[in-house]
Every structure is written in C-alpha cells, then in structure tokens.
Ligand binder design. Structure first.
Ligand SMILES: [Cu+2]
Length: 93
C-alpha cells in the first residue's frame, strides 16, 4: 500500500506527496505521561539538523508503550505550532 502511494506521489508535485524523510535514531528516554521521547538521532535532512541527543514531543498518533529505552527506531518529524513533533516512529533493524 505504501508503495502504491509513493508511485502516485511521483506524478504529483505538491509537497503533501513528498516521500517521508525517515531518520534513524536510538531511544534515550521515554516519557509517556508528557508525550515526550528523547532520541539520539542521525542528521535530519529535511530540517538541516545535525546528529544529536534531544527531546521531542510526539504526536497523539504515536503510541510510546511498545518502545523501550535503547531501542533502535526510525522516525519522521513535522513542525506543529513552532515545535518539532515526531509524527511517525517505528522499530528499525
Ligand atoms: Cu536534533
């Protein structure tokens, strides 16, 4: 299904169809009660950020319960009200 969406994106020039910019990271800290996760992340190309450890807000759609500190993940960020918010996160190999 994902591949089908990507194929459609190639025929459309609006940024809404841009391929998500997945970034690799390792979980440093999880704070479900604050909807916050601290990640040691690789460079994030879409926003020109170097590799670092930093806390992120997570979107309501991201459930933190299955994740563990030390786990390798990949994630995407979006800007909401001037804050960077993790809007997708999933386990990485
Ligand atoms: Cu950062």
């Amino acid at each position: 299904m994902k591949h089908r969406l990507w194929a459609l994106g190639l025929t459309c020039t609006t940024s809404a169809w841009a391929v998500p910019d997945w970034t690799q990271a390792r979980i440093v800290k999880i704070e479900p009660e604050r909807a916050r996760v601290t990640l040691y992340h690789q460079p994030i190309k879409s926003i020109g950020m170097a590799a670092m450890t930093m806390p992120f807000k997570v979107a309501e759609t991201v459930k933190l319960a299955p994740f563990k500190v030390g786990q390798k993940v990949r994630f995407t960020v979006t800007e909401m009200n001037g804050h960077l918010v993790v809007d997708q996160m999933e386990p990485a190999k």
